[in-house]
Design a protein around this ligand. Structure first.
Ligand code: SF4
Length: 382
């Protein structure tokens, strides 16, 4: 069903827990054995069906994340879209994103995607340097990544995002700048850029602990973030969230809804959901997920958020974005005491010009973005 109601909107996130191989830095819930992919898609569709009552709102965004959604075949997408469009009210201009890896984006695969209701691609490129790609255990070369983007554009995709990674061990500022230059020449609409994080239980973390690699130093790291902002904002990209840059009209609507605390349903193993008040988390195990759905009792945990936790999320998600925190809304939602506490904690950063207040908006300044973690944690309540 397609609908035009813009007032009450929500999103659907779909977690595809498959990757051809595992990248050295990744700690997402994902599997390399695809033998259960058909039962997984059946369970996913059943879950979508079971949870339709949770979203009476119009669905404005659908996001296939993972894992690697481009491991799905045409029949899987067909089955999922049939279920979603039959069971939910999907906005006529819904943003429908599929994350894809360059090595999956063959001519045939892109042609197949172009025939689906998909209108946005998020391509996991990470780097345009072959040595860096090998180090990260990515499965594509720089050439493949560039060709994949061009072929998607040739097939009519006009809303393409790519992921880049910086702060890699041994990465120079010059090499990072070359990656940015290459990204800019692709004439894409959106870039998400993340600093490498050493997540426990990853191969990258073990290499670090074994002394085989060294973290990039703080000065280089800051210079890379600074270069990222300068290069992209100098080329028509708007820095609208700490890690996200979009051209006018091409911000990720799905992620923006997360940052604005909008409701979403997360389908698939390890997917989170938010009902506007509380969160739930599907079990991070494919077998348990399928079993739970088949038995009619989903394996899902629920988290009741306290008022303090809701306030903290409000601060965290608001300050991450260029829109900042709406102080009037904060006061209405949480009361005078929370508002006063927020302003008291913010004062020293306002004095240092790391935060700025413009009427009812409190947001990070350019200097503040560089120490955003510290500012956010100072504004949050324990
Ligand atoms: S492709 Fe993405 S989800 Fe899969 S292992 Fe690599 S980083 Fe993780």
């Amino acid at each position: 069903m397609i609908h035009n109601n813009e007032n009450k909107v929500a999103g659907i996130y779909i977690h595809i827990p498959y990757c051809k191989t595992r990248c050295t830095y990744c700690d997402f819930y994902t599997l390399t054995n695809e033998s259960q992919i058909d039962p997984f898609v059946n369970a996913l569709c059943r879950e979508a069906d079971m949870r339709k009552e949770e979203l009476s709102e119009t669905v404005k965004t659908i996001y296939f994340g993972g894992g690697t959604p481009s491991r799905l075949h045409q029949n899987h997408f067909g089955q999922i879209f049939d279920t979603l469009f039959n069971r939910y009210t999907i906005n006529a201009d819904a943003e429908i994103t599929v994350e894809a890896n360059p090595d999956d984006l063959s001519d045939d695969y892109i042609r197949m995607l172009a025939k689906l209701p998909v209108n946005r691609l998020s391509i996991g490129i990470q780097s345009f340097d072959d040595d860096e790609l090998k180090f990260l255990s990515r499965r594509h070369s720089a050439r493949q990544a560039i060709d994949a983007v061009r072929k998607c554009q040739d097939q009519g995709f006009r809303n393409i995002s790519i992921d880049l990674m910086y702060g890699l061990p041994g990465q120079s500022l010059e090499l990072w700048e070359r990656n940015l230059d290459q990204a800019i020449t692709l004439n894409i609409q959106h870039i998400s850029a993340y600093h490498l994080i050493y997540e426990e239980k990853t191969r990258m973390y073990s290499l670090l602990k074994a002394g085989k690699i060294r973290q990039v130093d703080e000065t280089t790291s800051t210079a890379m973030f600074s270069k990222l902002i300068d290069r992209l904002t100098g080329d028509d990209f708007i820095h609208y969230e700490i890690s996200a840059f979009g051209k006018e009209g091409c911000f990720s609507r799905h992620n923006s809804a997360y940052w604005q605390n909008k409701k979403y349903v997360g389908l698939g193993p390890a997917a989170h959901s938010y009902d506007g008040d509380n969160r739930s988390l599907n079990v991070a195990s494919l077998n348990r997920y399928i079993k739970g759905i088949e038995s009619g009792i989903p394996d899902r945990s629920y988290e009741q958020l306290s008022l303090n936790e809701k306030y903290n999320e409000y601060i965290l998600t608001g300050l991450r974005t260029m829109w900042g925190i709406n102080l009037k809304e904060l006061k209405n939602r949480f009361g005078e005491q929370f508002f006063q506490s927020c302003m008291e904690n913010a004062q020293k950063y306002l004095d240092q010009k790391l935060l700025t207040r413009e009427e009812d908006t409190l947001k990070l300044t350019r200097d503040g973005i560089f120490i955003s973690d510290g500012i956010m944690s100072d504004l949050m309540l324990v």
